[in-house]
Design a binder for this molecule. Structure first.
Ligand code: UFG
Length: 342
């Protein structure tokens, strides 16, 4: 059994990682300021420290209270559009919080660090699929801030020997297949939850951002990867860091689906129409983003268990239709702790 600190562990991807760690019997402490995270997404039996990473004293106290085998860092500002309105806040906050956390880990003698990074590092690449040798040309301040966080971790390794892995996710999607966790952002900007909410009549009709892209049906193509498969990737890279060097991985299914195909999948799974209209392009959206996951597969043995778009949408639909108000903390039943492995 090991013990891990998960920042942002009450958020979407972080909570699925916490569940995966608990399911294999690891101990977890979550640090989350609950600006985006949800108390109801943290399992009973997992310590939740409500704090912001800018509070260095508090972060040091957390490291003084427990001995961690590794840190998984999800807590960050993560809205591409917002980052283009407030670039300095994104660059400063995401970098300094990562640096504070890495320094605290080093001071406490913790040697392994996994960073939640993003395909937004790659801007508008020419070559598909995108592997780890692709040039870094962030198209947003959000993408740049994650690259700065990766760079800070390179220095933490060179100077202090802190080993790290950065996982650059493509489009995280879906929900825990057992229905215990789901996606609940405020505001919600992601395609699959917006399409599901439109089908459920919970929101206005969806706007398709552009149908004049150089793709077969004119809409953007993305690589949707199931959040439970993402969680599995985090566990594997954390384990590999015990003996291996610092590393960066692109994480996706290696499959591209268009906005129209996603809408059709939601209609198929829900049995309802997705009311939508066609709008102009959204600034900064590249036409196609598809990952090469060869390196991750080769190094860690990872392979996606929920690679099909319908499987991804099915789990997202199941959670949202059961929780139309999301994790409304007053309404959501407390998540029971995962049983220890047999
Ligand atoms: N889309 C619409 N209408 C909407 C919302 C989205 O047509 O109302 C389209 C977008 O134009 C895009 C696709 O659906 O083509 C997916 O959009 P999302 O907002 O769900 O996801 P993005 O691909 O924009 O963003 C994801 C991650 C970001 C990350 C980025 C990297 O959510 O964190 O990939 O490019 F930075």
């Amino acid at each position: 059994m090991a013990r891990f600190l998960v920042t942002g562990g009450a958020g979407y991807v972080g909570s699925h990682v916490v569940l995966a760690l608990r399911e294999r019997g690891d101990e977890v402490v979550v640090l989350d300021d609950l600006r985006q995270g949800h108390r109801a997404a943290v399992p009973v039996g997992v310590e939740l420290v409500v704090a912001n990473l800018a509070d260095r004293r508090r972060v040091d106290e957390v490291f003084a209270g427990w001995r961690f085998d590794g840190v998984l860092h999800f807590a960050a500002l993560s809205l591409v559009g917002e980052s283009m309105r407030e670039p300095m806040r994104y660059l400063a906050e995401n970098l300094s919080n990562t640096a504070n956390l890495a320094e605290a880990a080093v001071r406490a003698g913790c040697r392994r660090f996994v960073l939640s990074s993003t395909a937004a590092l790659f801007g508008n690449p020419e070559r598909m699929p995108i592997d780890e040798t692709a040039g870094i040309t962030p198209g947003s301040a959000y993408g740049e801030s994650k690259f700065m966080a990766e760079t800070a971790l390179d220095w933490a390794d060179r100077v202090h020997g802190l080993r790290s892995a950065a996982l650059r996710y493509f489009n995280a999607a879906g929900a825990d297949p057992q229905g215990r966790l789901g996606e609940d952002h405020q505001p919600e900007t992601h395609l699959i939850p917006l399409a599901i909410d439109a089908a459920l009549g919970l929101r206005d009709p969806l706007t398709v951002f552009g149908t004049d892209y150089p793709t077969p049906d004119g809409t953007c193509i993305r690589d949707y990867v199931h959040v439970t498969d993402l969680a599995d990737a985090h566990l594997r890279v954390m384990d590999a860091l015990e003996t291996g060097p610092s590393v960066r991985y692109n994480v996706g299914n290696g499959l591209g689906h268009s906005v129209k195909q996603v809408i059709e999948a939601v209609e198929r799974i829900s049995g309802r129409p997705v009311p939508h209209s066609i709008g102009p392009r959204r600034a900064g959206d590249p036409a196609v983003l598809v990952a090469s996951n060869e390196k991750l597969r080769r190094d860690t043995g990872w392979s996606p268990r929920y690679a099909g778009l319908d499987e991804i949408v099915r789990t997202a639909w199941a959670w949202r239709s059961a929780h139309p108000r999301g994790y409304d903390d007053r309404a959501a039943p407390a998540l029971q702790d995962a049983p220890p492995p047999a």
